[in-house]
Design a protein around this ligand. Structure first.
Ligand code: NAX
Length: 324
């Protein structure tokens, strides 16, 4: 079987340290599909990147046909069919959110242009690096020859956190939870939606108190990332790598019948959300295409939450408009 070329940026970083080994082991594309890893990081990380590539080789993974490392996106993205944009500039001491947005906007504009030039024409591109929704928008706008639907930002970690917390509360296996949605931004304004979620086929809100949902569950999901940083001193890496694999698997292999996943994609105006921002919606995937789930009933409570996170994304877009 011909190998699939997979490009990963931020390959010398923490998330990649989980992600790459799992991809090479077959967790992404299955036990029969050979892969070639094309790894990108910045020059100062050259030695670490070299070390990671040696470790990957040291595993003697049967599916790993080659590992190529580099510092030039035009080379690393060439002919890649799946791309994980994990690398990003972290927030430094005293750095305002606006500065962070702009520093990353520069990176994602450049990478968008490189993707436009050299990536496989039907590539799927998953953005993980923060601020992820707006980074994705910038990459989309700088890759005019690609379809915006080839890009998505990752909210699958938030989705998985919500599924797990709900299952724990209801004392059921995680597989009994369906139709979870994270709406909006991958930030503390995100809206984890239990109104449309189901547990064992019954509405989730028949299982839990409304008071627990609004005052415990929602803030817990919204702030889980900070919680992990407090405990570990670093942001989530293992769970983020797993979410990246699951997001891409749903995108490549499809979603189960009667269920959906959360993906942040370019808004087409669904649910009245402004077009031209990257917003997390409930989506299904069939064949090569994802589709935003339509016709969900949005009550006043949901509507307020949807608009709050939309507002933040509109502000983020405003902060980087020179690069769009
Ligand atoms: P690390 O700081 O460990 O690694 C980031 C790597 O990216 C570094 O090796 C760095 O040199 C590299 N990098 C920086 N600029 C680059 C460029 N222009 N081209 C290529 N590589 C570049 O961070 P890690 O823990 O791996 O997290 C990576 C990103 O994921 C961060 O932006 C982080 O905030 C974000 N996350 C996103 C999540 C999500 O759910 N969407 C959750 C986890 C995580 O917080």
């Amino acid at each position: 079987m011909a190998p699939v070329r997979i490009a990963v940026t931020g390959a010398a970083g923490r998330i990649s340290y989980s992600l790459l080994f799992r991809i090479a082991a077959g967790d992404l594309l299955g036990p029969d599909q050979p892969v070639i890893l094309q790894l990108l990081d910045i020059e100062p990380m050259g030695k670490v990147l070299q070390g990671v590539s040696l470790e990957l080789r040291d595993c003697a993974f049967p599916l790993l046909q080659d590992v190529v490392i580099g510092h030039d996106a035009n080379e690393s993205f060439t002919d890649a069919e799946l791309v994980f944009l994990v690398g990003a500039r972290p927030r430094g001491p005293g750095m305002a959110r606006k500065d962070l947005l702009q520093a990353n906007a520069g990176i994602f504009a450049e990478q968008g242009r490189a993707l436009n030039r050299v990536v496989a024409r039907d590539a799927r591109i998953l953005v993980v690096g923060n601020p992820v929704n707006t980074n994705t928008l910038i990459a989309i706008r700088n890759a005019p020859d690609l379809d915006p639907r080839q890009f998505a930002a990752m909210t699958r970690l938030d989705h998985n956190r919500a599924v797990s917390l709900l299952a724990e509360k209801c004392e059921v296996p995680v597989t009994d939870v369906r139709r979870m949605t994270i709406w909006g931004n991958h930030s503390a304004t995100q809206f984890p939606d239990l109104i449309h979620a189901q547990v064992q086929g019954r509405p989730a809100l028949e299982w839990v108190e409304r008071e627990w949902y609004e005052n415990d569950f929602i803030p817990r999901v919204q702030h889980r990332g900070e919680n992990i940083i407090e405990l570990e001193g670093q942001s989530s890496a293992g769970s983020a790598a797993h979410a990246a694999i699951e997001h891409m698997r749903s995108w490549v292999f499809g979603t189960p019948e009667d269920d959906w996943v959360s993906m942040a994609v370019l808004s087409d105006g669904s649910y009245g959300i402004s077009e031209g921002i990257v917003y997390s919606f409930p989506v299904t995937v069939e064949g090569d295409e994802f589709k935003i789930v339509d016709n969900l009933e949005i009550d006043g409570f949901c509507q307020g939450k949807l608009l709050e996170t939309e507002k933040e994304l509109l502000q983020e877009r405003e902060a980087v408009k020179a690069l769009l």
